[in-house]
Design a protein. Structure first.
Length: 139
């Protein structure tokens, strides 16, 4: 069995942003040479997420509004976590809802998606460098 590991780095300029990283993960799969197996993609930071959904602008706007209603950024004093001197208590909660990782089957050298599925990096406390791990195992 083969194993492949790569870190993708992001430095987004907005506090909250959703980025389609499917092409980046497909590049990793090509580099790996793996034809059959599993591909894990996970955020290595507790205020960002990796998830699968549709690449549709309206849906992304819906996510932004929905997440802000669930865990509004302000007032920052509403979060006990922010007593540490940070202002990202909301980002931790948003990450919990959106998830840490995805696992996608690899079949015949391709990510084995359902219709419209794409992989996204969700940033909830941006403006600094963060990384996503891509780990692929198989034959």
């Amino acid at each position: 069995m083969k194993s492949y590991r790569k870190e993708l780095w992001f430095h987004l300029h907005h506090r909250m942003e959703l980025v389609n990283i499917t092409a980046d993960v497909e590049d990793c799969l090509r580099e790996s040479g793996i034809r059959e197996g599993l591909c894990l993609v996970n955020s290595m930071h507790i205020t960002s997420s990796v998830f699968i959904n549709d690449d549709e602008r309206g849906l992304h706007q819906d996510y932004a509004k929905w997440l802000e209603r669930l865990a509004p950024h302000e007032p920052v004093s509403q979060y006990l976590h922010n007593r540490t001197g940070e202002d990202n208590g909301d980002a931790h909660l948003k990450r919990q809802v959106m998830g840490r990782e995805v696992v996608v089957a690899v079949t015949d050298g391709r990510l084995d998606f359902g219709p419209w599925e794409r992989i996204f990096y969700g940033e909830f406390d941006g403006r600094r460098r963060k990384r996503v791990l891509v780990k692929i195992i198989g034959e």
